[in-house]
Design a protein around this ligand. Structure first.
Ligand code: PEP
Ligand code: MN
Length: 345
């Protein structure tokens, strides 16, 4: 449930409610907005709902929330979360493009890609050093060598680093190099990994699982957030469907849907959604047109030599073209539309 406080509520009035809830054995999450303060109640018992909330001077109304995700829910936190990574903002109207190779191979390639994507307008660099591959006989990532290359890329270009973690025992090592830790599709429901990341301070980019629903995706974000970390970026990378034309199927409608349910930023990965270079840019464009908060894309100067996912890698010039096109795009603004709809009533 959530308690919506009156406009102009005082700190004492908020405190009064918070300590009462705590005395009942539940936890609170206070979202103090400019206009409205909302107190979310976690671990509630049915009896809490029946308490005489009307007798608290600061309380405007009490709403029952049936969603199982709380901290990730927009009802608990009505304003957009803005994740800030070394000055780069994502969410709340700040759009951010992350680009780089699927996996780190040579330092030369990494530098070349980083410089070209930066020149084209990318704000963060991606690259996997630990790779979750379908076959144990294919390239598994370059491990710490790859992480050191990422470190050099950051030194040279200033681009913050996004890289994937596959297991709890890799977190300490990866944390020394990553500015954002990626949780891939195969680990979306590795709950122990999610909880451990939630106890750390590094923002998490959480991809959807290969056959997960949007609500399950948000439940995974909830796992991270329930341990304390609030900086979670939701990433849509498509799901396995009956359609075999492409690697996965991306439902663009999930962008406004997730933004409606949650305050977390939503980015689109059209590289893994499509698996084919020719379709990566139009789907990225569609995602941004639908109001996504950003993109994460794979780029390689010589896709034939890439050690993974070469067939979906954009060439630097493809990426540059996409970025130019995005400059002139007026993205759909669902919040603006909601306001117009509301004013008609
Ligand atoms: C990746 O980003 O390279 C990756 C392995 O992605 P996913 O988890 O979406 O398959
Ligand atoms: Mn990849």
């Amino acid at each position: 449930m959530i308690i919506v406080m009156k406009t102009g509520v005082t700190t004492e009035q908020i405190e009064e409610v918070v300590s009462f809830v705590k005395s009942l054995g539940a936890q609170t999450h206070v979202d103090r907005g400019e206009v409205q303060t909302v107190i979310g109640i976690i671990g509630e018992k049915a009896e809490i709902l029946r308490k005489p909330w009307g007798s608290f001077t600061g309380v405007e109304k009490v709403l029952e929330v049936s969603d199982p995700f709380k901290l990730a829910s927009r009802k608990f936190h009505p304003t957009d979360t803005v994740v800030e990574i070394e000055g780069v903002k994502i969410g709340g109207g700040n759009r951010c493009v992350i680009a780089g190779p699927c996996s780190i191979d040579t330092e030369e390639n990494a530098m070349l890609i980083a410089k070209s994507v930066k020149a084209a307008g990318a704000q963060m660099f991606r690259g996997g050093a630990f790779k979750p591959r379908t076959s144990p006989y294919t390239f598994q990532g370059s491990g710490e060598t790859g992480l050191k290359i990422l470190e050099n890329v950051k030194k040279e270009t200033g681009l913050p680093i996004v890289t994937e973690v596959m297991s709890i025992d890799q977190i300490d090592l990866i944390s020394r190099y990553a500015d954002v830790i990626q949780v891939g599709a195969r680990n979306m429901q590795n709950f122990n990994l999610l909880k451990e990341l939630g106890r750390r301070k590094i923002p998490v980019l959480l991809k959807n699982g290969i056959a997960s629903t949007a609500k399950e995706h948000l439940m995974s974000a909830e796992y991270v957030m329930s341990e304390g970390l609030k900086d979670v970026i939701i990433c849509l990378r498509g799901v396995r469907s009956y359609e075999t034309a492409m690697r996965n199927s991306l439902d663009v409608a999930l962008i406004p849907y997730l933004q409606h349910l949650s305050h977390l930023p939503v980015v689109v990965d059209s590289s893994h959604s499509t698996g084919l270079r020719s379709y990566v840019s139009p789907v990225a464009y569609a995602g941004m047109a639908a109001g996504a908060d950003g993109l994460i894309l794979e780029v390689h100067p010589n896709p034939k030599e890439a050690l993974s996912d070469g067939e979906q890698a954009l060439l630097p010039r493809d990426f540059e073209y996409l970025m130019q096109r995005l400059e002139n795009l007026t993205a759909w603004d669902q919040k603006e539309w909601n306001k117009i709809e509301k004013s008609k009533k």
